[in-house]
Write a protein that binds this ligand. Structure first.
Ligand code: SF4
Ligand code: SF4
Ligand code: FES
Length: 322
């Protein structure tokens, strides 16, 4: 069977703008998108640039945008893509600079991975209470599968925050950081330093929890859940000065006090009594007031408030410290 492929092309040395090019290729049963791209490169146009190595979903180098979603080309079945979309369109990963055709520049990705110091800061010394390996064995830590990451970059390309804020440290680096949070060999002070470094602009509180990183990850790493664990650990250790942390604490406190979110009080809880900060959100507040989105600030608790409070207490008791 012959199939038509639409492939994103761009060679910055000769092209002023990217363009799409169609190729027709004879395809067989069981072929992946990567098989087809290699076929196109070998039989139709040797100048097509793509990155791959293992062809087995291990090295992470063949991540690209296939029919609009971030996927590993080597484990994406042509037949399934065709059944679902009726065509095959291939483009580079989004939101990363294109070097040529399907190859993106991963420099910013690796820089962010390095920034989270992806190595163990061990406080266990030989001869103390056991070697690091013994401590690790005894503790039986849960890494929540974050160590399965193959650094493909798909989550970063799909991240809605990274799309608008390239400085955001991003889901892959944060998942990597979470892996060391779970390691019993790392000292408490090292973990504290690790978490403190993630509190600022572009850190853990920038994530909007859109879940796209979870959806596209080919290794089921669930980076968003790793970010939530990092946030919980930060709160547990008293790192509560950021707007994000104040938002979580203020939100929970309001639900506990009134049984519902009260938008009239929420800015005070998040920003505090700072007149400059409150002036900043005033225009939004006025708009919300006219749209009927702001309840009476001194509203009494909802009926059944005691049930909500009991539920919150129960959840708090059930969640172990990270
Ligand atoms: S959940 Fe957070 S980290 Fe994941 S894609 Fe959405 S904004 Fe990015
Ligand atoms: S977390 Fe998943 S999507 Fe992100 S780099 Fe690792 S393997 Fe790829
Ligand atoms: S070629 Fe290695 S993951 Fe696809």
């Amino acid at each position: 069977m012959h199939l038509t492929f639409t492939i994103h092309r761009f060679n910055p040395e000769v092209d002023s703008t990217p363009y799409s090019q169609e190729f027709r290729l004879e395809v067989g049963r069981g072929m992946t998108v990567l098989d087809a791209l290699i076929g196109i490169k070998n039989e139709c146009d040797g100048s097509l640039a793509l990155r791959y190595s293992c062809r087995s979903a291990i090295c992470g180098s063949c991540a690209m945008t296939i029919n609009g979603s971030e996927k590993l080309a080597c484990r994406t079945s042509l037949r399934k893509e065709l059944e679902r979309h009726g065509h095959i369109a291939v483009a580079p990963l989004r939101n990363l600079p294109v070097i040529k055709d399907l190859v993106v520049d991963m420099a910013s990705f690796w820089k962010k991975i390095r920034e989270v110091e992806p190595w163990l800061v061990s406080g266990v010394r030989h001869g103390d209470e056991g070697s690091p390996a013994q401590v690790q064995g005894r503790a039986n830590p849960q890494f929540h599968n974050v160590d399965a990451c193959i650094m493909c970059g798909a989550c970063v390309a799909a991240c809605t925050v990274h799309e608008v804020s390239k400085g955001f440290i991003g889901p892959a680096a944060l998942a990597k950081s979470d892996r060391f949070l779970s390691d019993p060999r790392e000292t408490r002070s090292a973990t504290g330093t690790r978490l403190s470094s993630l509190q600022g602009d572009h850190g853990i509180w920038d994530c909007t929890r859109c879940n796209f990183c979870v959806e596209v990850c080919p290794k089921d790493v669930k980076p968003m859940e790793a970010i939530i664990r990092l946030r919980r650990a930060s709160l547990d250790r008293g790192l509560t000065k950021t707007g994000g942390a104040q938002h979580v604490l203020g939100f929970t406190a309001l639900i506990e006090e009134q049984g519902r979110l009260n938008e009239a009080i929420m800015p005070l809880r998040v920003i505090g009594p700072s007149s400059r900060g409150l002036l900043h959100v005033l225009p939004l507040g006025i708009k919300m007031l006219f749209k009927g989105k702001i309840p009476y600030p001194f509203a009494h608790g909802l009926p059944g408030l005691s049930h909500v409070q009991a539920l919150i207490q129960r959840v708090k008791r059930a969640i172990p410290p990270v």
